[in-house]
Design a protein around this ligand. Structure first.
Ligand code: SAM
Length: 230
């Protein structure tokens, strides 16, 4: 899978691939990461990349021409690339999207800055627009990284143990059951005794019941969905 990040601030993104699982995935050639800076496409002699909003409005926008030309350049060179824009106005990015997008060959993440992006650029290039939550970030880099990370976990070979994906939160509209590491007693709290009996069938039922309770408590919206789909 190839990821191209379109950003004015490559350093805000590249550090994330310097460690851990995604670094290993790059070394193993499962992932390839590239960067395109709209500033390199600016025809302005000062390489300006911000501009006032037509019709007024607080704050500046990313200038239309450098971003449009940068995206056009990528599209011409990679006709099959899939363009994902980060924007608060996008649809909420969820685990289903992470799994679905893991089947693409090349995703281009477009990060806005300032007060955002000219709507015509979004319309011209976007395959999908996603929000990572109902709050405003300074720029789209974190949102793009969040999506990239969640997608990468679902690419075969990226995680050491693919079985762990099946028991994760959101897999069956449920949160994952509580889990415990050694020692059995820590800070005066013990692991529930049922976890120590070594009966795999009982353990699996118990975990399923605990997952339901946890979902009901923390995410009643998800629990309701799980119930209606059962
Ligand atoms: N004026 C915009 C609005 O009210 O919708 C917010 C612009 S924000 C300061 C700058 C950039 O950060 C956006 O263009 C987008 O790329 C990114 N961004 C901010 N919040 C986001 C979110 N919740 N999800 C995805 N991207 C976000």
């Amino acid at each position: 899978m190839k990821f191209t990040f379109v950003t004015l601030f490559e350093n805000l993104v590249s550090f994330y691939f310097d460690d851990s699982i995604l670094k290993k995935a790059i070394q193993n050639k499962l992932l390839h990461v590239a960067y395109v800076n709209p500033r390199d496409f600016s025809v302005d002699k000062h390489k300006k990349v911000d501009d006032y909003q037509v019709g007024g409005g607080a704050g500046l926008l990313l200038q239309t021409q450098p971003l449009y030309d940068a995206l056009n350049h990528i599209k011409i060179k990679n006709p099959d690339a899939y363009f994902v824009f980060a924007a608060p106005a996008g649809k909420p990015f969820v685990q289903f999207d992470a799994k679905r997008l893991a089947r693409k060959k090349h995703i281009v993440f477009v990060s806005g800055r300032y007060e955002g992006i000219d709507e015509r650029v979004v319309e011209s290039f976007c395959d999908e627009v996603f929000s990572i939550g109902d709050y405003i970030l300074t720029g789209g880099e974190l949102a793009s990284l969040v999506m990239c990370d969640a997608i990468s976990r679902n690419i075969t070979g990226v995680l050491g143990n693919e079985n762990s994906l099946d028991e994760e939160s959101f897999e069956h509209q449920l949160l994952e059951a509580p889990s415990f590491a050694k020692p059995i007693v820590y800070a005066n709290k013990s692991v529930p005794s049922e976890f120590l009996k070594g009966n795999h069938a009982k353990m699996s039922n118990l975990k399923n019941e605990l997952a339901k309770l946890k979902t009901q408590y923390f995410r009643p919206d998800l629990f309701f969905l799980a119930k209606t789909r059962r």
